[in-house]
Write a protein that binds this ligand. Structure first.
Ligand code: NAD
Length: 478
């Protein structure tokens, strides 16, 4: 039996299902998951609208209790959910456990935020008048998520949406419905009133399109690729919906000659290749000061050589498979493009065979690249990184900022002056010093600038900007 969609508090089948395939072993079907049709998305929105007034009036205690319960169950089932995540997406078990833990903590954090939402009371400039500024729910929110964080990204959208009194229709990425379904099941059993949370799985071209185009959806929070995000923005903005987009990255990690080389190599290895390089915050451009170049490249090449690419759930695996055939084809195509552009393939870049049929690829490092090469302009979204040499710090900073993206930027240096200068002058939404560009906390804002993001920040207390709307009330108390 396939896993159904959750609409108005009921599990509803569509009659069409698709298999969720394990990228470490394509013979392994994780489960069958329904694809919602347009009418069902319509029903989910209707259910959310009907539930909206009641949930908006629910006390903060009711919302906090629900979120806390959801967070507790996710954390209690961490090992089992990590196994599901590793099986459907290809992260190693350790990485998957980290992501599941993060999802649980996010629900716990927003359980607290539900209680902490505050307004302001301001003295009016007019006698006898009182002014109150309050935050109210936006209404019905449509959440559209990508495949690379199958549980954390749904969590960081669902939790603030519910905490601040909104009703949700979630559309997870088609190739990883398992974790989203598990979260929906947990929210349902935790006692969310019918219609407060709805899950509609399936194609972007069907489910996503209906959700974005329906006037009854007040706000859309989207995470995914740039082209899809731009289309979502245009359609949603046309009908005046509130929109938030988190999209791609081409994140620079600057390595200066004065860096602790062990820290630099570790940061680059983690940022570029862990989670198979499939992170929007991945360090795909390694901008290295000339004087450190050879030391850095030999250190990183050595470190890459030690990596174990294999089944995500196998003991000892450090890098899991690429998520599917289409992504693997894209990664290999960019390896080819890089070589044709004149970059040197220092290591990796080939398809690997393992015991089970999966999408295995050797992590690839290019050297001798220029920032204007296609491999350094476009997001590859796989285990492929480039070394871009720079004369000095000033040139490294200029190269770091010379990109249409602006999600995250990092620098490895022991110079406080350069670290602080980089922090102030980087054109990215997040900056890391002596850390990988990927790997962030769950209680602080997340998001980028330029082509990477649109709208207000996600996560932490800043999430209230998107999931609430401000009301200013003037009262003549007589
Ligand atoms: P994608 O754009 O292909 O899909 C994202 C979501 O949009 C999916 O649920 C998909 O089904 C849906 N979708 C597709 N077409 C749609 C349409 N016409 N209308 C509405 N929805 C539609 O992205 P992906 O391949 O799943 O994810 C990878 C991308 O996500 C990368 O570019 C990565 O950088 C980005 N990403 C960004 C962040 C961030 O926070 N900045 C985090 C993770 C991933």
């Amino acid at each position: 039996m396939s896993h159904a969609n959750l609409i108005g508090g009921e599990w509803v089948h569509s009659g069409e299902a698709a298999p969720d395939i394990n990228p470490s072993d394509t013979n392994d079907v994780v489960g069958e998951y329904d694809r919602a049709n347009a009418a069902q998305v319509h029903d989910a929105i209707t259910a959310a609208r009907a539930a909206a007034p009641g949930w908006a009036r629910a006390t903060p205690q009711v919302r906090a209790d629900l979120l806390d319960k959801v967070g507790s169950e996710i954390l209690a089932r961490r090992t089992e959910l990590a196994d599901l995540l590793a099986r459907e997406e290809g992260k190693t078990l350790a990485e998957a456990a980290g992501e599941v833990g993060r999802a649980g903590q996010i629900f716990k954090f927003f359980a607290g935020e539900a209680l902490r939402l505050q307004g302001e009371r301001v003295a009016s400039v007019r006698p006898g008048v009182e002014v109150e500024i309050t935050r109210e729910p936006v209404g019905v929110v449509g959440l559209i998520t990508p495949w690379n964080f199958p549980i954390a990204i749904p969590a960081w959208k669902i939790a603030p949406a519910l905490a601040f009194g909104n009703c949700v229709v979630l559309k997870p990425a088609e190739i990883v419905p398992g974790c989203a379904w598990a979260v929906a099941d947990i929210i349902h059993r935790a006692g969310a009133p019918a219609g407060v949370f709805n899950l509609v799985m399936g194609r972007g071209s069907v489910v996503g399109e209906v959700l974005v185009g329906d006037d009854r959806v007040d706000a859309i929070s989207f995470t995914g690729s740039v082209p899809t995000g731009q289309g979502v923005l245009q359609r949603a903005a046309k009908r005046g919906a509130k929109v938030q987009l988190e999209m791609g990255g081409k994140n620079p990690l600057v390595v200066l000659a004065d860096a602790d080389m062990a820290v630099a190599v570790r940061s680059a290895l983690d940022g570029a290749f862990f989670s198979t390089g499939q992170r929007c915050t991945a360090s795909s451009r390694l901008i290295v000061e000339q004087a450190a170049h050879d030391r850095f490249v030999s250190g990183l090449t050595e470190a890459i050589r030690k990596q174990v690419v294999d089944d995500a759930r196998k003991q000892g695996t450090t890098i899991g498979p690429v998520v599917n055939q289409a992504q693997l084809d894209q990664d290999l195509r960019y390896v080819d493009i890089g070589q044709k552009e004149g970059a040197t393939l220092a290591i990796g870049g080939e398809r690997l065979n393992r015991e089970t049929p999966g999408f295995y690829m050797a992590p690839a490092l290019f050297t001798g690249t220029r920032n204007d090469m296609q491999i350094n302009r476009e997001e590859i979204f796989g285990p492929v990184a480039s070394v871009v040499p720079a004369r000095d710090y000033d040139e490294a900073l200029a190269i770091a900022n010379d990109t249409p993206f602006g999600l995250c930027a990092g620098i490895c240096t022991t110079s406080l002056k350069h670290a602080r200068h980089f922090q102030r002058n980087s054109e990215a939404g997040m900056v890391m010093v002596n850390l990988p560009t990927a790997g962030v906390d769950y209680h602080v804002p997340f998001g980028g600038r330029k082509g990477s993001s649109y709208g207000s920040r996600e996560q932490g207390r800043y999430a209230a900007e998107f999931y609430t709307t401000v009301k200013t009330a003037y009262v003549n108390a007589g």
